[in-house]
Write a new protein. Structure first.
Length: 135
């Protein structure tokens, strides 16, 4: 799926493979800045929408994509909450320092099993670094 911001600009994408025989769901995040050919995924999405983005992701990773969906941030949050959130154990500490106030800061220590809801999309999609410096 692809997540777009309020201006329709690609924020990020994720390839999800459901393998019922193996009883696995494989999730592969794709940055909007992943390069395919000479363009980023964001540029490809801007020029050709989901059709071109799907083709670029498939070509870049050598996979077949059967279906795709584009979600706004609100739709992503609602979908995550509908399925009960996501259970995740990070390999390294994840954190997000809110621009608004300390109450909205988020931190998950590495190795801690955590249930993420849609409201946690921020630290999954926003880098902790900006211009080479920690925010």
């Amino acid at each position: 799926f692809a997540r777009v911001n309020s201006k329709g600009v690609l924020a990020d994408a994720t390839v999800i493979r459901v393998a019922p025989d193996a009883k696995k769901i494989i999730i592969m995040p794709v940055s909007a800045f992943t390069v395919s050919g000479s363009q980023t995924m964001r540029e490809i999405h801007e020029e050709g929408g989901m059709v071109k983005l799907e083709a670029a992701v498939a070509d870049t990773f050598g996979i077949t994509i059967d279906n795709y969906v584009s979600l706004t941030n609100d739709a992503f949050e609602n979908a995550a909450d509908i399925v009960g959130g996501i259970t995740y154990t990070p390999d390294e500490e994840l954190y997000y320092l809110s621009q608004d106030n300390d109450e909205n800061d988020i931190a998950i220590p590495s190795g801690d099993l955590t249930k993420l809801s849609g409201s946690h999309k921020t630290y999954l999609s926003v880098s902790c670094f900006q211009r080479g410096q920690e925010r």
